[in-house]
Design a protein around this ligand. Sequence first.
Ligand code: HEM
Length: 248
Amino acid sequence: MNRKEYLEMMRGAGKLDYEIYLNTERLLACQKEPKDLCNPDELQFMIVHQVEELWMKLMGTTLLDIDDEMRAGRTLKALTLFRRVHLCQEMMSTQLALLETMSPKDYQEIRLLLGNGSGQESPGFRVLLKMPKDLWQTFVDIYLEGGKRTLEQVYDSEYSHDGAYMVAEALAEFDEQFQKFRNAHMQLIYRSIGVAANSLKGRPVEILDAGVRQKFFPDLWSARAEMTDRWGASHGVKRDKLEPKTDA
Ligand code: HEM
């Protein structure tokens, strides 16, 4: 078979049950036709963005379900769904590496076609930036105020590795994975357009640094720092060096 025939075959006829159920005809038409690509890497550029948008859609809807499960007191179900979200987050970060196989020059050709578009306009990302506030409120309502407990008790004085602790750690994991994505994305920018470049909105890419440091759940991080201070205060901030063990 020649290239044209293979490309035709990849599109499929859209008539088999698999194709009908998954709507492959529309899905596979969401990318430019080969003849319209500015270079072969443009297909990868579109697909990676589209796939990531789909993961964000799945994460957004799963987070809504998690909120419902927490409010209904179904902690174990909420934790399973958190695992799903964390896996999507991990995939989002690792999949960025695909774009590091694109040369800076190939990207410059693609970039000419992007108008002043920016990832900050991504519907999935915008939703994910908004949701953590509501999730935190639910955690406070159900696990802290509902259980008449403080974060200090959950993590330290009454620590029992219980549901409240597990949900808090799932939120911390979400925060950490989000930062990992932003870090990986920053590395991708350095790799493709350079460190000191301007974005297509004419802003220096360093404005993304603030996002890399953003924490959705600052209380979960300060709970650890306060704990370290407390334990340090009672067991010594700076301690004596350990003595090597000697056989008696
Ligand atoms: C060669 C590949 C890429 C380059 C050069 C690039 C570059 C950039 C730049 C310069 C910005 C800042 C835009 C502004 O000033 O508004 C940005 C933002 C963003 N990009 Fe990308 N990007 C790439 C790939 C991706 C991919 C694959 C995703 C997948 C989701 C993505 C998602 C985002 C998001 C969500 C933001 C907003 C980030 C934030 O507010 O922290 N980017 N990108």
